[in-house]
Design a protein around this ligand. Structure first.
Ligand SMILES: Nc1ncnc2c1ncn2[C@@H]1O[C@H](COP(=O)(O)OP(=O)(O)O)[C@@H](O)[C@H]1O
Ligand SMILES: [Mg+2]
Length: 358
């Protein structure tokens, strides 16, 4: 799994042989700085030379293959023991609405099959978009499989580059949708002002003061008023958007206060999004890299009440999304659907992705 934060690749090995789902091990492989910079440049500009795209496709496959071999070594398993690799790819552009809806992930699965000698399942999102869906989020079915409770309504909150929630009621329909930006904007502002990829533990944000006028302007973003199904990405929530919406306020602001406001914005948009749910959750479980941001968690707690970490419920926060795509690959190989139409808005359940045989 490699998400919109562009921090790198999270790989997990899952064992389905014992009936349930057992996590064998995991490994995080950061993107090499040059690859990260090249991806950031393409994504920020929204344009690239065709040759550049082709080369990124290959470079991503190479790092995914390295992540596979690395995690197998970590786990003490061999490629021959692996039934399949589920590979999400790196999202280049996500535009599931409009006259020509599409979502586009890069990372050549053919090359990955060649470099690993293992069957690859990839390109999970496009079938759902073709069926009229958002192609996202795809993790809710997995969240339901692992974290649903018979005793209490639960909410899963994934704080990646974008934040998404999954509603897990005791009974009734599982829901899920994006709430807005999370690490993506926090990282971008931190990188821009301090030259650091992220604000460790949210310390910088914690040193600032929320700017109410700025927060209000950001909360007026029309996307936030849209009811689900909905999804978003860096195409909307980026520094260009921040400058367009609030450039006048940014000019004279203390950068730490802006960071504090962006953290508050994440917490506020998550809390606001709960109005689309049929009831209040009894328990909120947080995963994704944002679960390491103590300041952000504190702001979320102020608005949602206590939040817990998925690690307390059996799965490390950085392994949840990666495990979801291993699970989705397993579903595909067993001809089982992976999307939830109530979540993505697709016309029906679909078996997701392409299978590249070993
Ligand atoms: N110690 C930390 N303090 C603050 N933020 C962190 C920390 N560790 C990770 N993060 C954030 O988590 C992000 C990665 O989260 P991740 O769940 O992988 O997102 P994505 O799925 O979009 O790649 C990093 O870019 C960073 O913003
Ligand atoms: Mg990541």
């Amino acid at each position: 799994m490699s998400g919109t934060s562009l921090d790198g690749v999270d790989a997990v090995v899952l064992d389905f042989d014992k009936g349930g789902l057992e996590l064998v091990g995991s490994l995080h492989t950061p993107y090499p700085p040059a690859l990260r910079a090249a991806l950031l440049e393409v994504l920020a500009r929204g344009e690239a030379r065709l040759e550049t795209l082709g080369q990124l496709d290959v470079q991503l496959a190479d790092i995914y293959a390295a992540a596979c071999h690395g995690v197998w070594q970590t786990c003490g398993v061999r490629a021959e023991d692996i039934a399949a690799v589920g590979c999400h790819g790196q999202t280049l552009w996500h535009a599931p609405n409009g006259p020509h809806p599409f979502t586009w992930q890069l990372g050549d699965p053919h090359r990955l099959a060649e470099l690993t000698g293992v069957t690859v399942v990839a390109d999970f999102r496009r079938r759902d978009v073709a069926a009229g869906g958002q192609g996202a989020p795809l993790v809710p079915a997995f969240h339901a499989d692992v974290f649903r409770s018979e005793d209490e309504h639960r909410l899963l909150l994934n704080l990646g580059g974008i934040a998404n929630i999954t509603w897990l009621p005791v009974d009734g329909e599982v829901l899920g949708f994006d709430t807005g930006p999370a690490n993506g904007l926090l990282d971008a502002w931190c990188q821009e002002v301090r030259g650091e990829p992220y604000d460790t533990n949210g310390q910088w944000a914690a040193s600032g003061t929320v700017l109410p006028a700025l927060l209000e302007k950001l909360l007026a973003e029309p996307w936030l008023a849209q009811p689900p199904p909905r999804s978003t990405g860096r195409e909307l929530f980026n520094l260009r958007w921040l400058r367009r919406v609030a450039g006048d306020l940014l000019a004279n602001a203390n950068p730490a206060d802006v960071q504090a406001t962006l953290a508050e914005y994440t917490a506020a948009t998550v809390a606001d999004a709960l109005r689309f749910l049929p009831a209040a959750p009894k328990r909120v479980l947080v995963c994704g890299g944002g679960s390491f941001n103590g300041h952000l968690l504190q702001r979320l707690t102020a608005r949602l009440g206590t939040v817990e970490n998925t690690a307390d419920h059996g799965l490390d926060p950085m392994q949840v999304e990666a495990a979801a795509f291993a699970w989705l690959a397993w579903r595909t190989l067993n001809s089982l659907p992976g999307n939830l139409p109530a979540v993505t808005g697709a016309r029906g359940e679909r078996v997701l992705g392409c299978v590249i045989p070993a």
